[in-house]
Design a protein around this ligand. Sequence first.
Ligand code: ATP
Length: 296
Amino acid sequence: MTVVELENVTKTYGTVKALDGVSLSIPEGQTVALLGPNGAGKTTAISLMLGLRRPTAGRVRLFDARPEALAVRSRVGVMLQSSGIAEHLRVGEAIELFRTYYPQPLAFERIVDAAGLGHLLRARIATLSGGELQRLYFAVAICGDPRAVFLDEPTVGLDVHARRALLETIRVIAAEGRTIVLTTHYLEEADALADRIVVVDRGRVVADDAPSAIKAGAGVKRVSFVCDPEREPALPAELVTDVRRAGARIDFLSAEPEMVLRELFARGFVPHDLLVTGATLEEAFVAMTGQERQYA
Ligand code: ATP
């Protein structure tokens, strides 16, 4: 069963092309992370998958139906960056209310435990902190025992402990066979959670693979060596990116480290304490999108 199908989808807002000919097929049970810098088109992609926006061109299917169709709504849970939950309600009341919207909701206690809201059931929503609100949004997203869960930046505003707890919860609901589509800025989060990472940049899919393949496929290496800062060599600019200096050590990324080193040797430069290592996911991302990380 295919849960999400985007066929050559383009979405423009005025003159801005938020998505540009994106095709993507997500089978049941997969956890997919849409990863990309600010403005890449991740939220737009999720909105289209859910029928909250319509594509300018191309076709969108959700559970092999139109995403606006009522029949598919009850199979889907959604956590967006903003939510319209009435602020005067208490946390427990909100969860009860949302459960009534679905034919076969999850048990109240299960939702409360999963979201870590047990101690806040009587708190008014208006008084919740940003992190607590995120957890409530997550609770609401899973109320209907959805087959597919869409999470737009679920861990924004969470402290380290709350983030870890939410990631673990997402893993648990994914292990029950649900399809998860999430967006994130955090490469380590995508790596830790997802079976598949779709890297989006400027409205296009620039990579789509398993986390390990994304790392290997980017083919970049981090090269690092020590040199006298007074006699630092000029690096071949077309072959290196993300150059960093820490004391006497220089670090950079390159898809062709041998070429770079050959050039340096040819100029009579001898690097000391040379290290060439495989790229981390984050470094692969920099190499793929040409962008420095803009994240916390
Ligand atoms: P972020 O990580 O910052 O949330 P994103 O990858 O989710 O970014 P989108 O929100 O999908 O990116 O935005 C993609 C592009 O479309 C951006 O240039 C954005 O400014 C533009 N955009 C999004 N929504 C609208 C809108 N309603 N009207 C006009 N432009 C929009």
